[in-house]
Design a protein around this ligand. Sequence first.
Ligand SMILES: O=C(O)c1ccccc1NCC(=O)[C@H](O)[C@H](O)COP(=O)(O)O
Length: 213
Amino acid sequence: MKTLKIKVCGMRGPENIREVMLASPDYLGYIFYPKSKRFVGETPNPEIFSLVSGSTQKVGVFVNENLEKVRTICANFGLEVAQLHGCESPEYCLALKEGGLQVVKAFSVDEHFDFRQLENYVGAVDYFLFDTKGKLPGGTGQKFNWNLLQNYQLPVPFFLSGGIKPADVEALSVFNHKQLYALDINSGFEINPAEKDIEKVNKFISQIRKSAI
Ligand SMILES: O=C(O)c1ccccc1NCC(=O)[C@H](O)[C@H](O)COP(=O)(O)O
């Protein structure tokens, strides 16, 4: 029995962040991708980062962003983790990791996904994140076929992502994979883009922690 970590992604408003923090998520994600409806903005309110402390780690989500800009944003806002949703290479990931950031490399999965492409990232990232392939690079609200992950055999732990909803607790409790490390929740818990329903988040986190999947 292992207790899965939980990441609440796509946060923006200080009040909503304050409320989500009461549930002590393990990770809290901010979107630094200007085309996302959850984009934190070019000059985000510093409060949204300072509200997050203790055991919750701050994650910056980027899509094919300039490497120096990722470093600067993470340093300026005290982000411990960079989550990469574009075509970032193993060398790009390694450069961030060697600079002291934890690196989560996201991949969008569908029936044609070839897990062999991940081999070159072993050693260059801390985690993978498996999301659903869609028109958008993330936050699609759609699930992929989790059974495809039986084809994933590398030693790197992963975040399970893509369309996870409050009603998925039971399905998650029977999904088993040696490298499953964390669950990533986002649009399935939203009232509006970047605004989470606190009751749903709270209930989900406590159910997952109780079930110690
Ligand atoms: O959430 C976004 O708008 C987004 C945009 C571009 C790249 C990544 C993005 N989100 C990153 C995440 O980690 C999401 O939680 C993940 O894609 C799952 O989202 P959802 O399908 O809405 O649960």
